[in-house]
Write a protein that binds this ligand. Structure first.
Ligand SMILES: [Zn+2]
Ligand SMILES: [Zn+2]
Length: 342
């Protein structure tokens, strides 16, 4: 039984692990895990090759990845710049920025977990390029690359894709990580994330996969049951400076982890995946260590982790599961995707 509080060093907050509660009776809402069988191409999908999007633009007949500006941008060049000042202490600013979509492949039904390692490698090089290109803009202080996967996280189009928000502000989690990492670096001369990797390797129970250049693990301080990280072993402030060899190793680690997640309940595992990279604000970020965080909302095959009193009301997570047990579940999974086993 694990019943304790664990410190999350990247977020500087406590996570309450109360794994003795995981078998408490549940009569709440459950999630239907029956997935619709999708075709490889859908004539009315806005993301499939050759189709016309909502904006009237026609997609290229692309054959690998495909990058385009989001037709429903959250931040964009067209956002109003002449804003009315709010009253009192309130502040506003223009929602300017750049929103893009990256389709992983022409295949409407091929998820990231099902791409070949070489195709994932290709995608990682696209992310390298996007981070460099967008980060160069003087007005862009951060590039957030993320994927929402599955209906339970509200994905609007099932065609496998990720999104990019290049913004004038730095997203809160990254801002915290950057500040905490830089402080650790100036105080100790070490990269905080390297200390995390070292501790995970020393404990070993939560390592899901490791090769020469990359590592995948379920951290000691996980907030979600299957929260998992993928990181290069060498420190890079962003994906952009990783060598082709490191990209290859990273692709292998990411693929391995995603396959295990899918195999766990033999379903396409829903998640929010985000690249955590240093801000592009011109500041010093030598203590930052690029990594991917995967936050799956399910804690059982058809049971969502609800954010409630502790999380929304108080801002700290209460985890009903022990990270060591969840890591053991993933470690015992096959490395071959259940759909691709012949
Ligand atoms: Zn499609
Ligand atoms: Zn992070």
């Amino acid at each position: 039984m694990t019943w304790e509080q664990r410190w999350h060093p990247l977020r500087e907050e406590w996570v309450v692990v109360a794994a003795h509660r995981q078998d408490r009776p549940w009569i709440g809402e459950t999630v239907n895990r029956e997935a619709a069988v999708l075709p490889a191409y859908l004539p009315d999908c806005y993301f499939c090759p050759g189709n016309i999007r909502i904006s009237g633009a026609r997609n290229e007949n692309y054959t690998s990845t495909f990058v385009f500006d989001n037709d429903h941008p959250c931040v964009g060049a067209d956002a109003p710049t002449q804003l009315e000042s709010p009253v009192g202490i309130f502040q506003n600013s223009s929602a300017s920025g750049i929103s893009r979509i990256v389709c992983y492949s022409p295949r409407h039904n091929l998820t990231l977990a099902e791409l070949d390692v070489s195709e994932i490698e290709k995608l990682l090089t696209v992310w390298q390029q996007q981070y460099s290109d967008l980060g160069k803009h003087r007005s862009i202080n951060h590039v957030l690359i993320f994927e929402n996967k599955g209906e339970v996280v509200g994905v609007s189009n099932p065609h496998p894709h990720c999104q990019i928000y290049a913004t004038n502000f730095i997203f809160k989690t990254i801002d915290t990580e950057a500040r905490v990492s830089q402080r650790h670096f100036s105080e100790t001369g070490r990269v905080l994330f390297q200390d995390i990797i070292e501790s995970e390797l020393e404990d070993d129970r939560r390592i899901i996969f490791a090769n020469e250049t990359a590592i995948a693990f379920l951290p000691y301080f996980a907030r979600y049951a299957y929260e998992t990280y993928v990181a290069p072993r060498r420190s890079h402030t962003s994906i952009a400076t990783m060598s082709p060899e490191e990209i290859k190793g990273f692709a292998e680690a990411l693929k391995n982890l995603l396959v295990r997640l899918d195999n766990l309940w033999r379903m396409s595992f829903p998640y929010v995946l985000a690249l955590h990279q240093a801000p592009t604000d011109g500041g010093r970020h030598d203590g930052f260590h690029f990594h991917i965080e995967i936050h799956p909302p399910l804690r059982r095959p058809n049971l969502l982790k609800y954010l409630a009193g502790p999380e929304i009301g108080g801002g700290n997570f209460l985890s009903d599961t022990a990270p060591e047990e969840k890591a053991a579940e993933l470690r015992s999974q096959s490395e071959n995707h259940y759909k691709q086993v012949r």
